[in-house]
Write a protein that binds this ligand. Structure first.
Ligand code: CP3
Length: 342
């Protein structure tokens, strides 16, 4: 039994004293102790060394006091395991030297053996579970197939992922083959994470909002739905789609237990579009963590009042920014813990 089970209760829509809180990308980035490790070990060494991944995962639990941990790793370990080279360039971000551009490139992409290629993630999960000692639940995650395709084809981050979209619209057969390979890999990967001990999984569709509602159905949602179908009877699934407000209705009826929403949507509209029952997670503007702590606290209280304390998980609307002062992140979490229903 997990001692602090607020997060799991909120996922199931059970009544809680106050909503749980965690922050997307909470492991690392803005924490001084993470910066120190970053100087010593490169990114994928941190991901591949279970001791380091564990240490980074539990940092925000001890230092900020969030109600759930998210495993330190990256969505791009999936393309790496599929035979697509991925580097993390300091100051640049993800860099894929041989991006996918043709049907032949797609043929060379493999659906890997998970234990062989990503066993280090399962080792990190087991070690982290031990270290957490059932204090808080552990979240595992994967990128959505579309978001992974964005990087695999574009080769790096982008404002509009134009090359990824061009590939889908000029060679849809190859694009769908690639999306299916990523989906099959992701399902096996998340099942292995469940077997290793995670308590919930989140699918990050960070770039779903780049697509029109019609293209979103075809190139993103269809594949997320396959993942949810494969996982929903084993583990709570959270679907987060940045900019995907237009799809909240389908998402709410997909078998996911909770939906992540970004800050461009009011709580009222998010509840309305998702049908009013399903647990929602979000949606503080990550840049608002630059506001003074007292103002952050006021805004968080207001956000909880607007979403309602039940069927709600307090979070940011996207990942925490790298240069947020620690005391501001702490104010965000403290405001939730101090929340009293009125
Ligand atoms: O809370 C956590 O940090 C958990 C682990 C986590 C990371 N990345 C670690 C990371 C998670 C959940 C992610 C998800 C991720 N990675 C997404 C989806 C969420 C989102 O933010 O949109 C995406 C699109 C990526 C791809 C990625 N990885 C980018 C674009 C970058 C570079 C820019 C950046 O955000 O710093 C990364 C690198 C990365 N992944 C870092 C961390 C802590 C920073 C690099 C470093 O520490 O050396």
């Amino acid at each position: 039994m997990i001692k602090n089970d607020l997060f799991l209760k909120a996922l199931k829509g059970e009544t809680v004293e106050r909503p749980p809180v965690w922050m997307m990308r909470q492991a690392g980035r803005y924490l001084p102790d993470f910066m120190k490790l970053k100087e010593k070990y490169d990114f994928f060494t941190r991901c591949r060394t279970p001791e380091l991944a564990t240490e980074i995962t539990v940092m925000p639990i001890h230092q900020i006091g969030t109600d759930a941990a998210i495993l330190f790793s990256d969505i791009l370990v999936i393309p790496q395991a599929m035979n697509i080279e991925v580097e993390m360039k300091p100051g640049v971000g993800p860099w894929l030297p041989n991006p996918i551009r043709t049907s032949k490139d797609v043929d060379n992409v493999i659906v890997p053996d998970i234990e062989e290629t990503l066993g280090y993630v399962m080792d990190a999960i087991k070690m982290t579970k031990q270290e957490l000692n059932n204090e808080v639940p552990l979240i595992g995650f994967a990128g959505s197939p579309w978001t992974i395709l964005c990087y695999a084809v574009q080769g790096q981050g982008s404002k509009n992922f134009d090359k990824a979209k061009k590939f889908c619209f000029t060679n849809p057969v190859a694009a769908h083959q690639l999306l299916q390979k990523i989906t099959d890999t992701t399902i096996a990967y998340l099942k292995a994470k469940v077997a290793a001990g995670v308590d919930a999984v989140q699918i990050f569709d960070s770039w779903g909002g780049m697509l029109s509602p019609v293209d979103y159905q075809e190139f993103s949602w269809k594949y997320i739905q396959q993942i949810i179908d494969a996982l929903k009877d084993e583990i709570p699934v959270i679907a987060f789609g940045k900019g995907c407000w237009f799809a909240l209705h389908e998402m709410a009826n997909s078998g996911a237990l909770a939906l992540g929403v970004d800050w461009t949507l009011s709580a009222r509209n998010a509840r309305y579009l998702s049908g009013g029952k399903i647990t929602l997670q979000g949606n503080f503007d990550p840049s608002r963590l630059y506001s003074p702590p007292a103002e952050i606290k006021k805004m968080v209280t207001q956000m909880i009042n607007e979403f309602g304390k039940d069927s709600y998980i307090v979070n940011l609307g996207h990942g925490i920014l790298p240069n947020i002062p620690v005391e501001n992140a702490k104010a965000f979490v403290d405001a939730v813990k101090e929340y009293k229903a009125n």
